[in-house]
Design a protein around this ligand. Structure first.
Ligand code: SF4
Ligand code: SF4
Length: 239
């Protein structure tokens, strides 16, 4: 074959692929064998017409626009199952995370971005911290009054020096507060010394899923500062 007709593989190294290779330490997309093992166990296979193998092919073949606009990146759970199935150790979920972060905020799924934005203010549902404190106290009182054997149940908040810090899925105090009780009972029955906090108490971290590392880090740091401020030794993350 004449040289000028040969496929110039160098030209297939696209801008987006290069960006991913520089942003994700240790990743080498060219190692992909197109074997499809990743797709076989992926919960996002065939959603939005893609799977991790096809997604990687788009990247390798320079289909940057298609990659940047596909909503498949929000079907991917970033579970990393593909990474462990892949004979070459390629972490498609990590690539997806990077590409999510490249999408402008106004083009991301509204509920996801909204939850992250609210979380940066206080918690992902946006309820006032005073409401969280009130709901915990109200539910606790109801259990103490009405459930035999649980008159001394505890749900401490801001207890300095507690051994364990417990965070809370914000959905429960907001829409199904009785769902908090079983864990209180388990901790009480086990004699665990624990506490909630009255601020940054939300255990979810939606900013992990938007792809913005700074928002994600801010959320984690605020929670960690609360745990350290209370002097708790262990952090129980319910999410
Ligand atoms: S990280 Fe994404 S691509 Fe990989 S297996 Fe999980 S859902 Fe599929
Ligand atoms: S399992 Fe790995 S090598 Fe096989 S297609 Fe998926 S990413 Fe490529």
């Amino acid at each position: 074959m004449p040289d000028e007709k040969r496929l110039d593989l160098g030209k297939l190294r696209t801008k987006l692929k290069k960006h991913i290779e520089s942003a994700v330490p240790g990743i080498n997309i060219d190692y992909c064998l197109t074997c499809g093992l990743c797709a076989s166990g992926c919960p996002a296979t065939d959603i939005e017409g893609l799977d991790p193998r096809k997604f990687l092919r788009l990247l390798v073949l320079g289909q940057d626009e298609e990659i940047l606009k596909t909503n498949w990146i929000y079907a991917c759970t970033m579970c990393q199952r593909c990474k462990y199935a892949c004979p070459m150790g390629i972490d498609v979920g990590r690539i997806v995370y990077e590409i999510r972060g490249m999408r402008p905020k106004e083009q991301r799924p509204k509920n996801l971005q909204r939850s992250c934005d609210l979380q940066k203010e206080s918690n992902s549902t946006g309820i006032p911290n005073e409401d969280f404190v009130w709901v915990v106290g109200d539910v606790l009182q109801e259990v103490r009054n009405n459930e035999p054997g649980w008159a001394n149940l505890a749900a401490p908040i801001d207890k300095a020096g507690a051994m364990y810090y417990l965070n809370q899925n914000a959905k429960e105090p907001t829409v199904e507060p009785e769902e908090m009780v079983p864990l209180w009972k388990i901790l009480g029955a086990a004699g665990i010394d624990w506490t909630y906090s009255s601020k940054w108490w939300d255990g979810a971290n939606y900013c992990l899923f938007t792809g913005d590392a700074m928002d994600w880090e801010m959320t984690v740091r605020r929670q960690a500062e609360v745990v350290d401020g209370l002097g708790c030794k262990y952090y129980i993350n319910t999410e």
